[in-house]
Design a protein around this ligand. Structure first.
Ligand code: FMN
Length: 192
């Protein structure tokens, strides 16, 4: 198990306020997903939130083994970095879930992370809200399954879906997307 990776944007230790956890599913540091998640966090900080960003690619999160032990115990048998991530998720009010589109779906890093939500103690999901951030090289239609997965999982787990930041063609292909991401972050805190 490695130390959890937080970035320079780690601001979670500040006292008081809402906590927002950014989760980056792309291996590209400073790539489109990373920058858009950071922009949402910046908006949330502007509204007074404490923020933290984690990069899934730097963590050890093994794929679900479908042993179903978690359904009996509420805990995964795999003792890897997902334990720390779930703890951070439980202590946050808003999650910013960021992934690039890989072959119409989320990245492998993000899917492994999402699969590990299976059977997790529902206390982790209680009173949570989420912003979805999806980047892709092509046009919007390539995002339909990734959008579909996330917009299905959130209501299934009673997680409020605050909004989606969708960047077809990445940041260069989507005018004003960084500003939009900032405003979604701002609103994610101001509306609570
Ligand atoms: C393995 C792989 C598969 C990809 N599949 C798609 C795809 O199906 N549709 C698409 O529009 N872009 C696809 N892309 C392009 C990425 O979604 C795009 O470059 C994205 O902006 C990368 O985000 P990042 O800068 O955060 O890594 C793929 C890229 C990779 C590496």
């Amino acid at each position: 198990m490695v130390d959890i990776c937080t970035t320079k944007g780690d601001n979670m230790s500040k006292k008081g306020g809402k906590k927002v956890l950014g989760i980056v599913g792309s291996p590209h540091l400073e790539g489109n997903t990373d920058r858009l998640v950071a922009a949402v966090l910046k908006g949330a900080e502007e509204a007074g939130a404490e923020t933290e960003k984690i990069i899934l690619n730097t963590l050890e999160i093994s794929p679900c083994q479908a042993c179903n032990t978690c359904h009996k115990t509420g805990r995964c048998v795999q003792e890897d970095d997902m334990l720390t991530v779930l703890d951070k998720m439980e202590r946050s009010h808003v999650w910013v879930l960021g992934t690039p589109v890989y072959w119409w779906g989320p990245s492998a890093q993000f899917k492994a992370f999402l699969d590990r939500w299976y059977g997790v103690d529902r206390a982790v999901f209680k009173d949570k809200s989420a912003v979805i951030v999806i980047t892709l090289g092509g046009s919007e239609s390539y995002a339909k399954y990734t959008v579909g997965i996330l917009t299905s999982v959130l209501p299934y787990l009673n997680i409020e879906h605050i909004g989606t930041v969708l960047a077809p063609g990445g940041i260069p292909g989507t005018p004003h997307i960084l500003e939009k991401a900032f405003h979604v972050g701002l609103e994610s805190i101001e509306r609570r």
